[in-house]
Design a protein around this ligand. Structure first.
Ligand code: NDP
Length: 337
C-alpha cells in the first residue's frame, strides 16, 4: 500500500470547537492548516443535543449543527481536513512527524505528516466506572443496554426504565434527554448533592419522570446478550444497604478524561492527563507544540472556552512561525486578524 506524505506549517490534531477554531484562525492567516479528524469528528458536541449557552445563538442550536458551521467556516478559508488515526508522533525534532493509519485497528502506516507546528486539540472522552458489566459485548453489556451517550443510544430505550449515573451537568443533560424515550429515569448519585449547575439541577428535580437516588453507587450490572440489561446492583453508602434494582438501560455520565495518551512521557501533563501549557499561552514544554480545548483545560471545559483556547493556540503558532522565519509564515500579524 502506498504512503501519503503531507507537509504543513500548521497541523491541528482534533476537530472539536478548539481544533476548528484554531483552523479558522490559522487559515485566515493564510497558513493552510491541516486538521486531522479524531475518531469522533466534530468532538463531543456532535453527540449532544441542544446547546443553549454558545453565544450568538439566542434560541440555542443543536450540537452537530454547530460543529458543521465551525467546519464549513474553517474549510471556507482554506483548511484541509483528513480522517486518519494517528498512531505515533515524533516530537524530538522539527518538523514534527505524525504517523497515521486508516483506522485504529489497521496495521499499516498509510499517512506521514510533517508539521512545523502542531496544535493538539484531541479533546476528552467519557469516563467509565470500571465495573465488569460496562465492558463491550461479549465480556459485558456495553453497547447492549449500557452506554455513555444518550443522544446516540437513547432511542433504543423507548418505553423502558433507565438508570443514569452521575451528578454533574452531563448527567443532568443525559437524564433530561432520556425522559423523551424512557418510561422512567432513575438518577444514581454517590453523594447527597449535585455538582451540576443550578438551572440543570432544578430542571431535573422538577421533572416528573426523574427520580434521584442519593448516596447511591452502582456496583454491578446484570443481564444477558439476548435480553440486554435486566437489573443493577446498588449500594447505599449511608445505610450500607445493597439492593437489586430492575432496569433496562444504564447510562454512565460521570465526566471525561483527556485524550492525551499519545503524548505520555513526551509532553508535560498533570496526574489526570491534561496537557500543561505555559502561563497565559497555549505553549507546551516542546517549542512549536501547542495544546488547547478539553485536552488542556481541566477547569472550564466549555465549548466556548475550548474555542477561545483554539484561537489562542493558532495565534501562538503563527507567532512561533514568524519568529522562526518559516517562509511565508503568515501575511497578517495577529493584531489585524
Ligand atoms: P463533572 O466532573 O462536573 O461531574 C462528574 C459527576 O460524576 C460528579 O457528580 C461526580 O460525583 C460523578 N462521578 C465521577 N466519578 C464517579 C465515579 N467513579 N462513581 C460515581 N460517580 C462519579 O463532569 P461533567 O461531565 O458532568 O461536566 C464536565 C464539565 O462540562 C463541567 O464544567 C460542566 O459544567 C460542563 N458541562 C456543561 C454542560 C452545559 O452547560 N449544558 C453540559 C455538560 C457538561 P461527585 O459530585 O461526587 O464528585
Amino acid at each position: 500500500m502506498s504512503t501519503t506524505n503531507i507537509e504543513r506549517k500548521v497541523v491541528i490534531l482534533g476537530s472539536g470547537p478548539a481544533g476548528l477554531t484554531a483552523a479558522i484562525y490559522a487559515s485566515r492567516a493564510e497558513l493552510s492548516p491541516l486538521v486531522i479528524d479524531g475518531p469522533q469528528p466534530g468532538g463531543q458536541l456532535t453527540i449532544t443535543t441542544d446547546v443553549e449557552n454558545y453565544p450568538g445563538f439566542a434560541d440555542g442550536i443543536m450540537g452537530p449543527a454547530l460543529m458543521e458551521q465551525f467546519r464549513e467556516q474553517a474549510v471556507r478559508f482554506g483548511t484541509e481536513i483528513i480522517n486518519v488515526w494517528i498512531d505515533k508522533v515524533d516530537l524530538s525534532q522539527r518538523p514534527f512527524t505524525l504517523y497515521g493509519k486508516d483506522s485504529e485497528d489497521a496495521d499499516e502506516i498509510t499517512t506521514i505528516v510533517k508539521a512545523d507546528t502542531l496544535i493538539i486539540s484531541t479533546g476528552a472522552s467519557a469516563k467509565w466506572l470500571g465495573i465488569p458489566g460496562e465492558a463491550p459485548v461479549p465480556e459485558g453489556l456495553g453497547g447492549n443496554g449500557v452506554s455513555a451517550c444518550a443522544t446516540c443510544d437513547g432511542f433504543f430505550f423507548r418505553g423502558k426504565p433507565i438508570v443514569v449515573v452521575g451528578g454533574g451537568d452531563t448527567a443532568m443533560e443525559e437524564a433530561l434527554f432520556l425522559t423523551r424515550f424512557a418510561s422512567k429515569v432513575s438518577l444514581v448519585h454517590r453523594r447527597h448533592e449535585f455538582r451540576a449547575s443550578k438551572i440543570m439541577q432544578e430542571r431535573v428535580l422538577a421533572h416528573e419522570k426523574i427520580d434521584v437516588l442519593w448516596n447511591t453507587e452502582l456496583k454491578d450490572i446484570q443481564g444477558s446478550k439476548e435480553a440486554g440489561v435486566e437489573s443493577v446492583t446498588l449500594f447505599n453508602n449511608e445505610t450500607n444497604e445493597t439492593s437489586n434494582f430492575p432496569t433496562q438501560g444504564v447510562f454512565i455520565a460521570i465526566g471525561h478524561k483527556p485524550n492525551t495518551e499519545l503524548f505520555k512521557g513526551v509532553l508535560d501533563m498533570d496526574d489526570v492527563g491534561y496537557l500543561i501549557t505555559e502561563g497565559k499561552t497555549m505553549k507546551t514544554n516542546i517549542e512549536g507544540v501547542f495544546a488547547c480545548g478539553d485536552a488542556q483545560d481541566s477547569y472550564y471545559r466549555q465549548a466556548v472556552t475550548a474555542a477561545g483556547t483554539g484561537c489562542m493556540a493558532a495565534i501562538d503558532a503563527e507567532r512561533f512561525l514568524a519568529e522562526h522565519h518559516v517562509p511565508n509564515a503568515a501575511k497578517n500579524t495577529p493584531t489585524n486578524w
